[in-house]
Design a binder for this molecule. Sequence first.
Ligand SMILES: [Zn+2]
Length: 95
Amino acid sequence: MGRLFLRYIEAESVHCCALCATHLAAHDQVVSRQFRGRHGDAWLFGDVINVNDGPPEKRLLLTGLHVVADIYCNGCDTRLGWKYVEAYEEQQKYK
Ligand SMILES: [Zn+2]
């Protein structure tokens, strides 16, 4: 393993890891704030950096069956949420 490089986002407003302040996404990458996750309200981002993925798994969400993977902060390994890997329903594929 080499040195851990973390990228930084140059934007006015940046979303960071709550624990280690690693940059995760620029504010303009927020696709939706009216999004529902398993644990309540969630934000949908178009692109995030400095994260690594867990193994993909099928999950039945409110909008149908999706293949998702948990994502972890590269700085402190905290589980941040999850991302869509594949959507089965055509109208959900934009995610
Ligand atoms: Zn972190």
